[in-house]
Design a protein around this ligand. Structure first.
Ligand code: ATP
Length: 606
């Protein structure tokens, strides 16, 4: 029997159109054909289980071979095969009508969208024509008493179908590679494509006499069957270049209301926010799809590594649709919840272990809290604050820790922090001397995090240790009386103003304790925060603060013994300058010429 015919579709000659549309990702033809072969094999296995196929299953491998001379790539399977009638139905009708529909719907879309949609309309098989000028199918159905069929098509709407001889059950798809697709005749190229897309397919894939895949990757197994070593080994397989072991992992496994399996690893990341993105691989039934998991995984978890496998993610639709897709939103929420639960249980079950990892996971947690309200609600119980003595506290523990000492006269709890304990050492030490605790907030996310905590925590404010004099940072009821008269205070301020001679330094006199420093230089908390935010790119509306020059408050302590000397001494200005320079020195602000002058003056005074 031989039959030639025309495939009944509306658009004439869709081949050139498809080929043109899908220019950027021709390599996926192999993914599509190999997954068809795998599907056919699995269907046969299911039929055997159901007792509908009683013959020998034999060795169920999929073989990919390439013959460079003959310009042919062959994908062979021992799956259920197709009769001539089935080829007409599944290939001529389904595969081709899918292609037609594709052309009609996606004519005007951009390249990225087109790349994504190839499978959507059963375009799988048709993708062969992106690289082949002619495609042949040799197939023998598993059904007894059926004849083998041979189909040839050049991508146009006409085809030839005839009976043939084929010894073994299953299908061979033979591609006659087009001149412009020579690259796919290179075995090395084919191997790369196969390892990229087919590494975890459930049926063995043989290429050049070697099986290139793992048929049961660990995410398809039950967590109870797996040891820590299995998870670590798999991580190493996924990221052979990685030096570090993952910190911990989450095995995802849900089948309702959507289907999702996978393993997410927390890598060691430390500081780099931009580091290792796009490390999560997305699979659909063990076929690799993409490592662009944006929208499927919440933004703050993009730093995680691992695999997600879900047939429910509509991979073939455009980006904007993906964001709006209900299944994707649910998956997103699910992953966030799973991550929060995992952190929570680590925290509860092994506090020391959790604290040890805090340096690596702290950033995730804070980033998550900042970007996701639901995550904040869970994480507020396991987020940790670190003080300058490297002790870690939960939010509740910390409030309890400082409440007695660090309440101001209005009953607000004042949290003191430093963003650079080394640099602000003088301020930190002074605060500690008063029995205050100082937190370390030295990550670039911390200014934002501080802002968030201030909004969320009741009657709590955050002040950097160098934002004001200690008595002003936490204002207590009792005010220290000034030993100076009004006149003396004005005179004192004038002496300092002349000595400092700098517009950016706002001199004021305050009655501090005689034990405090004679002069303290501080930078207003609000202004400094605005500038910090701006530097880290936060808060779009903060732009206007860029126009403000740096300015500092210089607080002169009226009650310090030195003050009397400054007022009495004919040399007052020199002393004032010296005291001011010492304050600058404590802030690490004394540099260059000023530093040289200071050293000279100190020697003179000595
Ligand atoms: N190797 C094969 N063995 C048996 N049947 C096949 C084989 N390849 C394709 N088919 C049949 O042809 C049909 C069309 O294949 P095609 O790849 O175009 O779409 P699909 O596999 O149904 O969907 P998609 O690939 O888009 O997920 C398949 O559904 C299957 O019935």
């Amino acid at each position: 029997m031989q039959e030639t015919g025309s495939i009944s579709i509306h658009t004439e000659n869709i081949f050139p159109i498809i080929k043109k549309f899908l220019y950027s990702d021709h390599e996926i033809f192999l993914r599509e054909l190999v997954s068809n072969a795998v599907d056919a094999t699995q269907k046969l296995k299911s039929l055997a289980q159901l007792g509908e196929f009683k013959g020998e299953l034999g060795e169920l491998k999929v073989r990919v071979t390439v013959d460079k001379e003959a310009r042919k790539i062959t994908i062979s399977d021992h799956g259920l095969g197709m009769t001539a009638e089935e080829i007409k139905k599944y290939i001529n009708q389904i595969a081709f009508s899918g292609a037609t529909e594709f052309v009609e719907q996606y004519k005007d879309k951009d390249a990225a969208t087109k790349d994504q949609i190839i499978g959507q309309f059963g375009l799988g098989f048709y993708s062969a024509f992106m690289v082949a000028k002619e495609v042949e199918i040799f197939s023998q159905s598993y059904r007894e008493g059926t004849e083998a069929a041979h189909w040839i098509c050049d991508g146009s709407t006409s085809f030839t179908l005839e009976t043939t001889e084929k010894a073994e059950r299953g299908t061979d798809v033979v591609l006659n590679i087009a001149e412009d697709s020579d690259e796919f005749l290179e075995p090395a190229r084919l191997r790369t494509i196969l390892t990229k897309y087919c590494k975890f397919l459930p049926i063995p894939i043989e290429f050049e006499g070697e099986v290139i895949n793992q048929t049961t990757p660990i995410w398809t197994k039950q967590p109870a069957e797996l040891t820590d070593e299995d998870y670590k080994k798999f991580y190493q397989e996924l990221y052979p270049m990685s030096m570090d072991e993952p910190l911990f992992w989450i095995h995802l496994n849900v089948d309702y209301p959507f289907n999702l399996t996978g393993i997410l690893y927390f890598p060691k990341v430390k500081d780099e926010l931009q580091f290792s993105r796009n490390k999560i691989q997305l699979y659909s039934r063990q076929v690799f799809i993409t490592d662009e998991v944006k929208d499927v995984v919440p933004e703050f978890l993009m730093l995680l590594h691992g695999v997600i496998d879900s047939p429910d993610i509509p991979l073939n639709v455009s980006r904007s649709f993906l964001q709006a897709d209900a299944a994707v939103r649910k998956i997103n929420t699910y992953i966030t919840k799973k991550v929060a639960d995992k952190l929570s249980s680590l925290f509860k079950q092994d506090r020391p272990g959790y604290e040890e990892k805090w340096g690596d996971i702290g950033m995730f947690v804070k980033y998550g809290m900042l970007s996701d309200e639901k995550f904040y609600e869970k994480a507020k119980d396991f987020v940790l604050l670190k003080n300058v003595d490297n002790k870690l506290f939960t939010l509740t523990e910390y409030t309890e820790h400082i409440q007695a000492n660090q309440q101001d006269k209005d009953g607000n709890t004042v949290v003191l922090y430093t963003n650079d304990a080394e640099h602000q050492h003088g301020f930190v030490a002074a605060a500690q001397e008063r029995g205050y605790d100082v937190l370390n907030f030295d990550h670039i996310l911390d200014p934002h995090f501080v802002g968030q905590l201030e909004q969320k925590l009741e009657k709590t404010s955050f002040k950097r240790v160098d934002a004001d004099t200690l008595s002003k940072l936490i204002e207590k009821d009792h005010t220290t009386e000034s030993v100076l008269s009004e006149d003396e205070q004005t005179k004192l301020a004038d002496v300092y103003k002349t000595a400092i001679a700098n517009e950016a330094m706002h001199v004021k006199v305050a009655a501090l304790s005689p034990q405090d420093a004679p002069v303290v230089i501080t930078q207003n908390e609000f202004m400094r925060r605005m500038k910090d935010m701006q530097r880290t790119g936060g808060g779009g509306g903060m732009q206007m603060f860029g126009a403000f020059p740096e300015s500092y408050d210089v607080t002169v302590n009226a009650n310090h013994p030195l003050t009397q000397k400054v007022l009495a001494d004919g040399n007052g200005e020199k002393l004032a300058k010296q005291a001011f320079d010492l304050a600058l020195l404590a802030q690490g602000m004394l540099k260059g010429e000023a530093l040289t002058a200071f050293v000279k003056r100190s020697t003179e005074l000595l």
